[in-house]
Design a protein around this ligand. Structure first.
Ligand SMILES: Nc1ncnc2c1ncn2[C@@H]1O[C@H](COP(=O)(O)OP(=O)(O)O)[C@@H](O)[C@H]1O
Ligand SMILES: [Mg+2]
Length: 377
């Protein structure tokens, strides 16, 4: 962990809350975390789900459409209140009050990520969160990295380095959210990190379209299908996959329209059953991750994010990476579904202690920087 100067000692350890809703737009992840300069420990978690209407409203804002600014303004307020409610419920559950919490780190909800324009937009109004909770709230973590020429993503690698690295071990940390991102750790050194491509975002879309369920629990539906090699090969030619790092992506590229277009372009898809497409999407996720990690060749792969609960996906990853030991991050002290929320609690700690939150070797920024904007209680 980085060193803290004496001047900052009042913030150097204590309780922080991390809040995020990721690309999947499935739920708010709220984590209460005790952070010290030597490590962190999650004490409580709360995950209020998005209902279908909220999920659909977020997804609709992720691509161009009519009257975006009005919809964005309304959703920014609504999510500000929803994030505040998540923090307040977490505190009630844990029996702590606002005075016990040093700060909230709120990632918010990404509705647009366009690194080619140095533009990224997260909503969930942080002044609403600070006002409603009475807790200093740090938000807008990605802008400074982009101002320094970086991708603004991924931002979790510094936290992975601080809490999940191990001396002498070549490790990758894999986050299976809507998009998959990896962090490359050579012992305690952070070597790199980037988005590999989709994790569950396309599977979620396809599952909802054909089964009405928001996601394919444990990959059970995918397992009833047959992977289609020609379709997998077609998807593997997607230009993003061959780009060198630094790189990051989102729903701007990998979305339902992308998948539907791809399916019309590949003859092998014509005869396929929906569950065959789902099986192929699952293998697409596993294969793109394995390909992205081939050169680094980690001895260990620590997996987090909602996709770590997808047994079929974990099995496909194991098969695709036979020389790597694959395990969930809960085996290493951080609950798999809460790693990102803990990371934003850590980034709030880093902000208050003057510790850089980005990593130029990950995002491509010209230098490291303290991230986030502070909204006083
Ligand atoms: N039990 C499960 N079986 C299969 N997939 C799951 C399960 N639990 C969560 N997921 C997947 O994880 C996704 C949410 O993961 P999360 O880490 O919150 O992603 P994000 O950061 O993009 O919001 C869900 O949309 C779903 O696809
Ligand atoms: Mg989520």
């Amino acid at each position: 962990m980085p060193r803290i100067s004496d001047a900052d000692a009042t913030h150097s350890e204590g309780l922080f809350i991390g809040l995020i809703s990721g690309t999947s737009a499935d739920a708010i992840d709220a984590a209460l975390v005790r952070i010290t300069p030597h490590g962190c420990q999650m004490l409580a978690q709360h995950t209020p789900p998005y209902d279908d209407a909220l999920h659909d409203a977020v997804v609709a804002l992720c691509n161009p459409g009519p009257d975006e600014i009005t919809r964005l303004g309304a959703l920014d307020q609504q999510l500000g209140h929803d994030f505040a409610n998540a923090a307040l419920a977490l505190m009630a559950q844990a029996g702590v009050s606002a005075q016990d919490i040093i700060a909230i780190g709120s990632h918010g909800q990404t509705v647009r990520h366009m690194p080619e324009l140095s533009c990224t937009l997260q909503i969930g109004n942080a002044d609403v969160i600070a006002t409603r909770t009475g807790i200093t709230t740090i938000s807008d973590f990605r802008s400074r990295d982009m101002a320094l020429g970086g991708q603004g993503a991924p931002l979790v690698p510094r936290f992975h380095q601080a809490c999940l690295s191990r001396a002498g071990v070549r490790r990758a940390v894999l986050n299976l959210g809507g998009i998959a991102n990896v962090t490359l750790l050579e012992g305690e050194a952070l070597i790199g990190g980037f988005d590999t491509g989709p994790a569950s975002v396309l599977m979620d879309y396809w599952c909802r379209k054909h089964t009405g369920e928001r996601f394919d629990r444990d990959g059970a539906w995918a397992q009833r299908g047959q992977m289609i090699p020609a379709l997998l090969a077609h998807w593997l030619r997607t230009p993003y996959l061959a780009l060198p790092a630094p790189k990051s992506t989102g729903r701007e590229l990998f979305n339902g329209a992308w998948l539907e277009t791809q399916l019309t372009q590949c003859e092998a898809a014509a005869e396929a059953r929906p569950e065959d497409i789902q099986a192929t999407l699952l293998h697409f996720t596993a294969r793109t991750i394995a390909d992205a990690l081939q050169d680094f060749a980690p001895a260990e792969l620590l997996v987090c994010g909602g996709g770590a609960a997808n047994g079929a996906l974990m099995a496909a990853l194991n098969t695709a990476m036979p020389d790597t030991q694959v395990s969930p991050t809960c085996d290493h002290g951080v609950p798999a579904d809460m790693v990102e929320a803990c990371a934003f609690a850590w980034l709030a700690w880093a902000h208050l202690n003057g510790v850089p939150g980005n990593a130029p070797q990950v995002t491509g920024a010209s230098r490291d920087a303290v991230l986030g904007a502070l909204h006083p209680a």
